[in-house]
Design a protein around this ligand. Sequence first.
Ligand code: FES
Length: 107
Amino acid sequence: MTFQRACSLAELTDNAPLRVEVDGLDVAMVRHEDEIFAIEDECSHAAVALSEGDVDDCTIECWMHGSRFDLRTGKPTGPPATAPVPVFPVQVDGDDVLIDIESPLAG
Ligand code: FES
């Protein structure tokens, strides 16, 4: 496991996704109900940034066609997307939020 810094805790506002780049990979960081999630910032249906979508009920919505992805598993909860999006382990170290993009939890 290789955890790398994604952002600071202070940058994350509840339900407001933050797009970061870690090792060339775009990732959407999401703080939701006191938990922090990291999901690859590209819908599995087309190349659309998930960080531009709304967060609700532990899912993030793709604004293009409305599929929602579970922030815990990356799995779509409805069509048109059928494939999961990778989600990554998150660690908090002081004010730093770290993620491990080499060990996706799903996707
Ligand atoms: S591009 Fe995301 S659901 Fe179609």
